[in-house]
Design a protein around this ligand. Structure first.
Ligand SMILES: [Zn+2]
Length: 138
């Protein structure tokens, strides 16, 4: 059949540490791990705070806003399911909470994307998962 793995975009395979992140994303909420000991956010999720190593961490809703910290434009599909998307933007987004996520910038031509642009989260549904992506903030 043509509906094989090559024609579908990959979906997240949550680890025990990242499961709350992906479950919240399905509800179009962006959650971030935050340390109760030092009050700082960190990413990617971990059983211990990346700043002070405290195991006292919980999940807090992100404002979902930030800026483009850095980006590249992909002109070649590295997975067959992305053939129709090129050129597209892969960006490191720095959220206002201070953590950085690797994601895509949607809805803006790649040539118009700039570092420090304000962005906000949006979600792309994919085979039962929902992936946090970013678009230009109004
Ligand atoms: Zn900490």
């Amino acid at each position: 059949m043509s509906d094989d793995k090559r024609s579908r975009k990959p979906v997240p395979r949550p680890s025990p540490e990242s499961l709350p992140f992906w479950e919240a994303a399905k509800e179009r909420r962006l959650l971030l791990p935050r340390c109760n000991a030092c009050s700082r956010f960190f990413f990617p999720p971990s059983q211990r705070c990346r700043h002070c190593l405290s195991p006292d961490v919980n999940w807090v809703a992100s404002k979902g806003t930030g800026r483009v910290y850095s980006f590249v434009v992909y002109h070649r599909p590295y997975h067959p399911a992305f053939e129709g998307d090129v050129p597209y933007v892969v960006a490191i987004v720095e959220l206002d909470e201070g953590v950085r996520l690797l994601s895509n910038i949607l809805g803006t031509p790649p040539e118009d994307v700039r570092c420090d642009m304000r962005v906000r989260v949006t979600f792309e549904d994919r085979d039962g998962a929902s992936i946090p992506m970013f678009e230009l903030a109004p």
